[in-house]
Design a protein around this ligand. Sequence first.
Ligand code: PLP
Length: 400
Amino acid sequence: MSFLSETLARVKPSATIAISNKARELTAQGRDVIALSAGEPDFDTPQNIKDAAKRAIDAGKTKYTAVDGTPALKAAICAKFERENGLKYKPSQVTVGTGGKQILYNALMATMNPGDEVIIPAPYWVSYPDMVLLAGGTPVSVECPAQTGYKLTPEQLEAAITPKTKWFIFNSPSNPTGAGYTRAELKALTDVLMRHPHVWVMTDDMYEHLVFDDFEFVTPAQVEPGLYDRTLTCNGVSKAYAMTGWRIGYAAGPEELIKAMGKIQSQSTSNPSSISQEAATEALNGPQDYIVESRKVFQRRRDLVVKMLNEAPGVRCPVPEGAFYVYPTINDCIGKTSASGVKIENDEDFANALLEETGVAVVFGAAFGLSPAFRVSYATSDEILVDACTRIQNFCKGLK
Ligand code: PLP
């Protein structure tokens, strides 16, 4: 019998982290590698936020804080929800954790019983199904192909709901596709949920600020106030303010759930870093210019990458509404053989051969639950993106 827990046997390590590690290894061996696999902005954290952290250290704010967030940060989060999403929450309805990841994990740990189902539209962020499994629940993934813009339809949602459904996880704009739901598309989904009062919504709004053209970001409790009492609205500062390393995520929802999530955190990590909380307070309360600037840059890069990938034979790349990912499909590449003789049977073969032969690291679609496709993170410079996309084009031209 293994010393390790049976629960662990049910989950996989994160594929995105595994590919980033492989890219790092190849770089260490001296290979010319371009990693388009990481999910973080390539910008530095804005200066006002870094200054707030330095002030916090100098002022001795270096001790334990309240387990689920300082009063100042909770006040800033309440103000943010009201200002940007039209949602009113009291501080007792807010929790702060070590990244959005811990928030989602706490919520699942606090609510899952064996047999409970969680609806997850695919392609999904890699951690959702494994977190559900770790918490003892059953992920129910629903495939949302490129033809429907990688978005769940109300019919699909209706069909996936059973008496055992506990949560519906919603993520717009999405990691890995960048797909964003319009107000009408989201309303069609919330209409379905209104007919099933036992289903709660966990909305992961991490990419809220990264939306392009004139796309309007909306969140479920805003579109359907009738869902307010069974919605956990999750967000964080990682992507919005280039603060991935600071590890601050937060959520707001019904008090009973928020308290239960705090209980899990009190027996695992306790409070997130006191200094990071001071920095996140400044991020939410301070000037918001960074958001506007980064959005412009990401939109330009999106357009560049979509155009170049669509010029690669066998690759079809839809135009996403937000985030910093594209998710091209590669149906016409499957069954072919690469220039160095590798048979491409699936998207994992495609990504491996691409990395081996051109040094470009992308994440294969199977990791996100929808194949054959791959995810490109375009959070890097235009120059690097042009180089990487040219290599992808040449790789695809070499497929016979
Ligand atoms: N949710 C989504 C959709 C993400 O892409 C990520 C990070 O990649 C997270 C949550 C977690 O973010 P963090 O833990 O850095 O706040």
